[in-house]
Design a binder for this molecule. Structure first.
Ligand SMILES: Nc1ncnc2c1ncn2[C@@H]1O[C@H](COP(=O)(O)OP(=O)(O)OP(=O)(O)O)[C@@H](O)[C@H]1O
Ligand SMILES: [Mg+2]
Length: 234
């Protein structure tokens, strides 16, 4: 089963008298346990697409299924619960809570899902170790470099053991060397945790790193390149 299915999705923004068709008739299937990149130029609709998949925003038309659930059928409460259980988010500007330590930021989604304390501590320690910042557990986000902050965000996104992690331009605020390390870490985590990752990038080079690449331009899907099919099927 696909982790995401979009069927004839449309989204238009209305600003004063101007209508901007951000996504037009999008049909897309995202395979589970894959590393999928949404690639396209600035303004092509990448963030809009990720926000719809992440249930942050609503489509005007069409159907969206995430992890088998038709998300548009859920009530507000059920949708919050669904997001907390099944989705993890990584943002361009890291979006860590500045007054919480690194460990507390990673623990936060586990508090929301009412995970018992001993299990929370164990998961946080294991994730900080996995992303290579166990020594910064008691630091505040403001005391970290950009690359370190994004490592915390990756650990936080994985904490509730989601089906799908969504990352909108996760390397946009990093230098190219650190950005490449973050992409490699996301890839490693995707494989180890058997989770699906969908991330956006305007950098066509990252296509080589992904299982599948979705090319988007002016709100339309221009091409879908499926790679590593044998490996992903295992
Ligand atoms: N809140 C909004 N109100 C009006 N128009 C919007 C809004 N958000 C996005 N748009 C427009 O929708 C289109 C798609 O925007 P989107 O942010 O999805 O592109 P993007 O591919 O993520 O671009 P970038 O690479 O610059 O992040 C653009 O034309 C943009 O100007
Ligand atoms: Mg964007």
């Amino acid at each position: 089963m696909n982790v995401v299915t979009l069927d004839k999705i449309g989204k238009t923004y209305h600003l004063d008298a101007v209508s901007v068709p951000a996504l037009v008739d999008i049909n897309l299937e995202i395979r589970p346990n894959c590393f999928t990149v949404i690639s396209g130029p600035s303004g092509s609709g990448k963030t809009t697409l990720l926000n719809l998949i992440g249930c942050i925003d609503q489509a005007d038309s069409g159907e969206i299924k995430v992890a088998g659930q038709a998300v548009q059928e859920l009530s507000d409460d059920a949708l919050s619960d669904f997001r907390a259980r099944h989705l993890g988010f990584i943002f361009q500007n890291f979006n860590l809570l500045p007054v919480l330590t690194v460990a507390e930021n990673v623990e936060y989604p586990l508090l929301l899902s009412r995970t018992p304390a001993a299990e929370r501590k164990r998961r946080v320690a294991a994730l900080l170790e996995a992303v290579g910042i166990a020594d910064k557990a008691r630091n505040l986000p403001g005391q970290l470099s950009g690359g370190q902050r994004q490592r915390v965000a990756i650990a936080r996104a994985l904490a509730p053991a989601p089906n799908l992690v969504l990352a909108d331009e996760p390397t946009a605020n990093l230098d190219s060397h650190t950005g490449a390390a973050i992409i490699a870490l996301m890839r490693e985590m995707q494989r180890e945790h058997h989770v699906s990752f969908v991330f956006s990038s305007h950098d066509a080079k990252v296509m080589a790193e992904a299982d599948d690449a979705v090319l988007i331009r002016d709100g339309h899907i221009e091409d879908i390149v499926r790679g590593n099919l044998m490996e992903a099927a295992q």
